[in-house]
Design a protein around this ligand. Structure first.
Ligand code: APR
Length: 170
């Protein structure tokens, strides 16, 4: 599906309508991509996040992008991987769907995602990539208003899994 692209890069550098932040339920920042986004956006992002009073795993909340080239940041806490029997897969799919729903509601045509939950939260990359691509593809089939979704992978190993997941889809 040409409306889904996989690139390697730094999501904080992407000039798109919305970038997604792999946050935690406090929405008060952290390490990984969360830390990078807050550093690049500046302190006003945290100030707005403080007004949101957290976010449940699998749900999403939108803020402005401030100093980022992206217009909005959509924050979503992904599931921590335990052993796959705590609904982790459904929660990860819900992250992607919740973010895209918010993006569509705010008129976003271009949305960039990091690989949610596959860092500190230890979600297995192969499973996560298949869930992400399938969920994005299903959503785009119903929402022509979103023109392009990209997975912005920070390293080549992660990108390879998402490339494979996309090839399996087509
Ligand atoms: N651009 C794109 N992807 C990035 C960037 C970046 N600048 N920095 C890191 N990543 C990638 C990681 O390499 C990984 O593939 O984002 C993916 C998600 O990893 P994490 O950031 O660790 O996120 P996650 O596994 O969802 O864990 C979330 O980590 O940082 C804390 O506050 C956050 O508690 C939350 C937890």
């Amino acid at each position: 599906m040409s409306r889904i692209e996989i690139i390697q890069g730094d999501i904080t550098k992407q000039a798109v309508d919305a970038i997604v932040n792999a946050a935690n339920t406090s929405l008060l920042g952290g390490g990984g991509v969360d830390g990078a986004i807050h550093r690049a956006a500046g302190p006003e992002l945290l100030a707005e996040c403080r007004t949101l009073h957290g976010c449940r795993t699998g749900e999403a909340k939108l803020t402005k992008g401030y100093c980022l080239p992206a217009r909005y940041v959509i924050h979503t806490p992904g599931p921590v991987w335990h052993s796959g029997d705590r609904g982790e897969e459904a929660l990860l799919a819900s992250c992607y769907r919740s973010c895209l729903t918010l993006a569509a509601e705010h008129g976003c045509e271009t949305v960039d995602f990091p690989s949610i939950s596959t860092g500190v939260y230890h979600f297995p990359l192969e499973k996560a990539s298949r869930i992400a691509i399938a969920t994005i593809a299903d959503f785009l089939a119903e929402h022509p208003e979103i023109k392009r979704v990209r997975m912005v992978c920070f390293d080549a190993r992660t990108k390879a899994y998402y490339d494979e997941a996309l090839e399996e889809l087509t």
